[in-house]
Design a protein around this ligand. Structure first.
Ligand SMILES: [Zn+2]
Length: 388
């Protein structure tokens, strides 16, 4: 018998499944079995074909009318060089009070914590609150056949939680110091400018596309695009790649290309950014008499859950269990919360994430139990807040 709690043991079992996207590697069977034992109805939702096929799990308990959701992903990023790890990344070793393994922080322990919280809550809750779990196997890669499609499916089936917590590791230094209530959007551009190749000594016979390209890129050169707003810092833009068709010093290249990425707040949409930049590119291209082609790619719109019932209940639960005042923040990369926001108010809250995606990813074992306590407290506060 292990001395560790249910939550910690479940986290260990999940880590021992090497579920690098797109493999679920037994994680969903494990959860389905666990959840069925605790009265959940489980629905496996597979989306995509062939090598793009992803398995997901939707699980539901209780009748409602009040409806609370938790969301999480069972997939993990690759481990890097296994020999660089102190412990095997899929062994779930516990040493000096820390649990080590790929997914320990991001975010198998978070899933284990909410399942443990629900078990505890089921024993004491007087309410018929419905709990649903949105568990995907496709968060770390392209996130095409995961939460996005599960949310579509839920909408088609008229499943609408009142609020949702995503168990991403949002805490910075100590558990409870940070709640994420929004995320920036991401827009990438791939720009190719075509001029006319020629001898550098005879520039009047050529048209150098790099001169145009440099002016075209001016607005996205490590620039802040706005002054931010009450929920977000300024939108930022960075150039991520540059090249030309020439690799010698005596030829003016025929083409010059660049890639850039914009992380934008709710002051913009991808459409307004694209229209603004395309207009600028067009003007420069005309002045330099060059052609350009721009390809856009965006996998995330910005969103924000304004301070309200969800953030109040969650902050109060965190304060009650840890004494800490959680800061609301919208920093960091993208997450599946960007899809869930189409269903209901959503916030991300979980363990300390500072080692996520790193070698020797780890979390404090006692934090896993604390997180389960906070989630359980959240469920009781949600119950108390619903009059029916
Ligand atoms: Zn994650």
């Amino acid at each position: 018998m292990s001395d560790f709690s249910y939550a910690v043991q479940l986290a260990q079992k999940l880590i021992r499944c090497p579920s690098i996207t797109p493999e679920e590697a037994g994680t969903l069977d494990l959860l389905e079995e666990e959840l069925t034992q605790h009265g959940f109805n489980c629905t496996r939702l597979a989306f995509g074909d062939g090598k793009d096929r992803i398995d997901n799990l939707y699980a539901e308990f209780g009748e409602g009318p009040a409806h609370f959701a938790f969301a999480g992903h069972v997939d993990v990023v690759p481990v890097g060089r296994v020999e660089d790890w102190q412990f095997n990344p899929f062994q779930a070793e516990i040493s000096d009070g820390f649990l080590y393994g790929r997914g320990a922080a991001d975010m198998k322990s978070g899933i284990a914590a909410f399942i443990s919280a629900i078990r505890q809550w089921q024993e004491s809750s007087q309410k018929q609150t419905k709990i649903s779990l949105i568990i995907t196997g496709d968060e770390e890669a392209d996130a095409i056949n995961g939460t996005s499609k599960m949310v579509d499916w839920m909408r088609q089936n008229n499943i609408r939680p009142d609020m949702c917590i995503v168990a991403e590791p949002t805490s910075q230094k100590q558990i409870g110091d940070n709640i994420r209530n929004g995320r920036r959007g991401s827009l990438s551009g791939s720009l190719i400018v075509t001029g006319k190749q020629g001898h550098v000594a005879y520039p009047h016979l050529a048209r150098n596309p790099t001169s145009a390209l440099m002016q075209m890129l001016a607005p996205v050169t490590s620039a802040e695009l706005d002054g931010g707003n009450p929920y977000f810092g300024p939108s930022t833009a960075e150039i991520t790649g540059l090249s030309t068709s020439s690799n010698v010093t005596n030829v003016i290249p025929a083409t010059a290309s660049a890639m850039f990425n914009i992380r934008f707040n709710t002051e913009h949409t991808k459409e307004t950014l694209q229209a603004w930049l395309e207009e600028h590119f067009y003007r420069i291209a005309k002045a330099f008499k060059v052609q350009f082609e721009i390809k856009w790619k965006s996998n995330a719109d910005p969103f924000v859950t304004e301070a309200g019932k969800l953030t109040q209940l969650l902050s109060a639960a965190i304060k009650a269990k840890t004494g800490r005042i959680a800061e609301l923040s919208t920093t960091g990369g993208t997450s599946d919360a960007r899809f869930i926001t189409q269903l209901c108010p959503v916030a991300e809250f979980g363990l300390v994430g500072k080692t996520m995606h790193q070698i020797d990813e780890n979390v404090l074992v006692e934090d896993i139990d604390m997180l389960a306590n906070i989630y359980e407290e959240m469920l009781h506060r949600f119950d108390a807040n619903n009059e029916y």
